[in-house]
Design a binder for this molecule. Structure first.
Ligand code: ZN
Length: 462
């Protein structure tokens, strides 16, 4: 059997139950015994608690593992979504950046390096905080919020997004001997290996606290959902009995031995980032952009050329850049690939077709390109000569104008027609939700979910 590559990922968050530190210490020591890399996504509160409780042993044991990020405070103090939702997008992004910079800074100070990946807390995400994590240097987003089951990596908001295939927590919650638990975990591993296919990568997550606790520390402390107690008032979670804890430890040792025995490749998020990220500035040739333009006309979706996929935001960015230079005197021989975010406000819907001349199309493309340079994202619409271009219609018109220039040396006008405002890639996000113990149960974050949908402009295959 050809095994997929595996990433072992740890949501390391319980800052109130001291025994969760011991669980973490044991999981790490077994990884060290087997020389297997782990990816430890720490919450700022947890890193500070390790210092507080004098657990230098753990901090040192983590030296050979990847350090990742799981928020400053698990998005509890104050809750992320309800704090950000009333703000305008820029304010929300600035708030998230300010708040999370503290957690990233503390983790760097305590563990000696900056986190590589962002691992989502519960189903608690916003586009503003994802942008903040990217700005803080995290190029990977694991346990992503995409609703569609699909093990393949995708880019979203310029982060390489990976799903969790499953959690070890499921197996240690079940009764049975270490060998019985192992048998169930191995059966699951083989099933997901089949699903991932050859060359696939699967991420296995776990919460170290659940190897010793009966329940989550946050669930234990929240009596009335939406009103968590003040941070200083949180109480340790109830513990499992000694026998169960020993059983869990034995299972972990057996599973790592099994994993080693398969000979599968064990990776970190940094390895994934190195495989998928392009690093330096990329350029498209005139012909390559022509291929992407034809693709955008055939299908409103991300597409690939020269072995790399391009989001609709990148394609519009490149077309805008090229058409702006054309207007100044000539089509450039090579076009830089910029990776703007999608619009942050819902584009105004078109109600009827609109004919626009070549000059208006080129002018709108130039204005969109300048907007991308200034704000790093797509505009929600561009006004030129009394005409309003939503981004979707501008993409198609710009693609037609660009191909016309390649063909005849002249741009062409277009008929803008009503249609979807987001690319087909948005299907990946359909049914996505936002929820956590930090949020009120009846909370319906329509605005945040809509902002998430608009970022489907940045989706592309990894
Ligand atoms: Zn968590």
């Amino acid at each position: 059997m050809k095994w997929p590559s595996v990433i072992l990922s740890f949501d390391t968050e319980d800052f109130v139950t001291p025994q969760s530190d011991d669980a973490l210490a044991f999981l790490v020591s077994e990884l060290n015994r087997c020389d297997i890399p782990g990816c430890f996504a720490l919450v700022g509160d947890k890193a500070r608690a390790l210092v507080e409780r004098g657990r230098r042993d753990i901090i040192e044991a983590l030296a050979d593992h990847e350090i990742d990020y799981h928020s400053n405070d698990h998005h509890f103090f104050p809750p992320l979504a309800t704090t950000i939702e009333p703000m305008d997008w820029e304010q929300g992004a600035a708030w998230a950046l300010q708040h999370e910079a503290r957690g990233v800074g503390d983790i760097e100070a305590i563990l000696g390096r900056r986190p590589v990946a962002w691992i989502k807390t519960d189903s608690h995400w916003t586009t503003q905080s994802l942008h903040a994590f990217r700005v803080l240097g995290m190029g990977v987003y694991a346990a992503r919020h995409f609703a569609r089951q699909d093990l393949r990596p995708y880019w979203y908001m310029n982060m390489l997004c990976l799903p969790y295939a499953w959690m070890f927590d499921r197996f240690i919650a079940e009764d049975g001997s270490p060998e019985q638990v192992l048998a169930r975990a191995v059966a699951q591993f083989e099933a997901s290996a089949d699903a991932a296919g050859e060359g696939g990568v699967i991420v296995y997550g776990t919460h170290p606290c659940m190897w010793v606790c009966q329940t989550f520390y946050d669930l234990h402390n929240i009596k009335r959902r939406g009103q968590p107690p003040a941070k200083g008032k949180w109480r340790p979670a109830p513990l499992l009995d000694e026998q169960r804890i020993r059983r869990n430890r034995r299972f972990w040792s057996l599973f790592l031995d099994y994993l080693q025995g398969t000979g599968c490749e064990l990776l970190t998020y940094a390895d994934m980032s190195a495989r998928h990220a392009s690093g330096a500035m990329q350029w498209l040739t005139q012909k390559q952009l022509g291929t992407l333009a034809r693709g955008a006309i055939a299908r409103f979706a991300s597409s690939a050329v020269g072995g790399r996929s391009y989001s609709c935001a990148e394609i519009l960015g490149a077309l805008g850049w090229a058409l702006a230079r054309f207007e100044e005197g000539g089509l450039p021989g090579r076009i830089p690939v910029r990776s703007p975010l999608g619009p942050v406000e819902t584009p105004r819907a078109m109600t009827e077709p609109l004919n626009v001349c070549a000059r208006a199309v080129v002018g709108a493309a130039r204005k969109a390109s300048a907007y991308i340079d200034e704000y790093g994202r797509l505009p929600s619409g561009i006004d030129v000569g009394g005409h309003h271009f939503p981004p979707a219609q501008l993409l198609r018109a710009a693609a037609e104008a660009y191909l016309s220039i390649l063909d005849t040396g002249k741009a062409c006008g277009a008929t803008l027609t009503p249609g979807p405002d987001c690319p087909e890639d948005a299907e990946l996000l359909e049914g996505a939700s936002i929820g956590s113990y930090a949020l009120p149960k009846d909370y319906r974050p329509e605005r945040l979910l809509e902002q998430g949908r608009l970022q489907s402009w940045t989706l592309r295959e990894g």
